[in-house]
Design a binder for this molecule. Structure first.
Ligand SMILES: [Zn+2]
Length: 469
């Protein structure tokens, strides 16, 4: 019936038809007739009283998406663009709209396009980009269904995603979490972090590294596997990072470095402030070579300093001085590429020594003795134990060197304590196999060497660097 009316030029006649359809309870047909009048009248001006007649007829029809689309088009003909767009928008916002037929959804898009192009709005720009007129084009259909068809309860999908993205980026902008009064070392690992790459039923540890707060200056040390997970789990922010140190080229000490650098890149991209001081990246020569391109690309906001055991002490912030120490640790066949670290922290009356991964050697013994004489204040020693070794058992010592050839283990730890005479020993880089005995080792050290404190720090534990003098 409606098809038969398309060529009928008499608008008055059409209105009569619509009225009689409504009388007979055939509202869909009535709306179809009114839509035909609008289609035909698109290029010519339809008299206002006719439009008003159409609107009042539409209002007599039961509420439906189809009725509202046609009604919006009628408002638009009257020049009430805002009202028309509002009505169509409310349809998009309606979760039920998703269940409507493709034909009806396309009608809605077409109506939106038609109305909003006369009326420059954000909706027009979105629709014009995402839903061009040729709705047979599959990519357009897909985009249309994603951005509008799958509308959530409150907002269309596209808008919802944009809002969530904004929330994400705002949640990252939490600023610094450390203050000028914070001086601590935070352990962001549980066990020796080589373990997560050898997954088994027994082994469940995640890796990580350390975070030092040095009076508002934040220093990441050895960001290995899962470092960032652990760092953010403990509510730190990327703004806390003033420096990164990688002691040697083993993935359990640098695995998260690229991710950390890309976060710093994104932060720099957002602020691009030249006045802000650059992040310092201190790393051994192999790590520097391995990440050469990344480091070169980042030179606007990252300054790289290569560490080796001969390096002169560096002032890293305020009056905090960083010394490097030798290590003997197998890095793909080379034993001398890594470094140990010693931070002199006058503000706390202490020095923090992190051995790094190393075996005990006569070179280390000499370096530790000489360091002990140079460092002021109490020494807090963070030894990387790794494990224990049969070679260390007293029975065997006569027949062997008594030391593990790649890690301190228990015997090397004892020698480091004897050389440095620390005030406090915080056991670290502990292999998971030591879980049941590590507290006993800590107690033994405290008793035998009479140190002020010795303990194994758990994931997330924060140990103050301030010691009583
Ligand atoms: Zn290592």
């Amino acid at each position: 019936m409606i098809d038969g009316l398309i060529n009928n030029p008499d608008v008055g006649q059409l209105l009569e038809w619509a009225k009689s359809y409504i009388k007979d309870g055939k509202s869909t047909e009535a709306i179809g007739v009114i839509e035909t009048i609008i289609d035909k009248g698109g290029s010519e001006v339809i008299a206002k009283n006719i439009i008003n007649n159409m609107i009042s007829l539409l209002e007599k029809c039961p509420e439906s998406t189809y009725r509202d689309i046609v009604c919006a088009r009628a408002f638009s003909l009257k020049g009430e663009q805002n009202r028309a767009l509002g009505l169509l928008a409310s349809l998009y916002y309606n979760a039920q709209f998703n269940k409507e037929s493709d034909a009806l959804q396309e009608k809605l898009i077409a109506a939106f396009l038609y109305i909003s192009k006369r009326y420059d709005t954000d909706w027009y720009r979105i629709l014009n980009d995402k839903c061009p007129r040729n709705l047979k084009d599959r990519s357009n259909i897909l985009l249309k269904r994603f951005y509008f068809g799958g509308a959530a309860v409150d907002t269309p999908c596209g808008k919802k995603v944009v809002n969530v993205l904004r929330e994400f980026s705002e949640s990252q902008r939490i600023g610094k979490t450390i203050t000028a009064n914070d001086y601590y070392i935070k352990f962001l690992k549980i066990f020796s972090s080589a373990t997560p790459i050898m997954k088994s039923k027994r082994i469940h540890a995640v890796g990580g590294g350390y975070f030092l707060a040095l009076g508002g200056y934040g220093c990441v040390i050895d960001p290995g596997h899962h470092f960032l997970d652990n760092f953010f789990d403990k509510n730190h922010s990327i703004d806390d990072v003033s420096a990164i140190i990688v002691t040697h080229f083993h993935d359990d000490h640098y695995a998260d470095l690229p991710s950390l650098m890309s976060l710093l890149f994104r932060r720099w991209g957002k602020t691009k402030t030249i006045s802000e001081s650059k992040i310092s990246l201190f790393c051994d020569q192999v790590t520097r070579k391995r990440f050469k391109d990344l480091i070169d690309f980042s030179r606007n906001y990252i300054e790289c300093v290569e560490l080796d055991k001969h390096l002169e002490p560096i002032v890293i912030t305020q009056d905090i001085i960083l010394h490097t120490l030798p290590t003997s640790h197998n890095v793909f066949g080379r034993r001398d590429t890594g470094v140990g670290l010693a931070f002199e922290i006058p503000e706390c009356g202490s020095s923090l020594v992190i051995t790094g991964d190393t075996a005990w050697t006569s070179e280390l013994e000499r370096a530790y003795f000489s360091l002990k004489n140079r460092l002021a204040g109490n020494i807090i020693l963070v030894p990387h134990i790794s494990s224990i070794s049969e070679k260390e058992m007293p029975l065997y010592i006569a027949n062997s060197k008594g030391f593990h050839d790649n890690h301190l283990c228990l015997h090397g730890l004892c020698k480091a304590i004897e050389a440095l005479e620390p005030h406090t020993v915080l056991l670290s880089e502990v292999g998971e196999e030591l879980e049941s005995v590590i507290d006993r080792i800590a107690r033994l050290i405290k008793e035998v060497y009479e140190v002020n404190d010795c303990r194994w720090c758990r994931m997330g534990e924060e140990y103050p660097l301030l010691t009583q003098i």
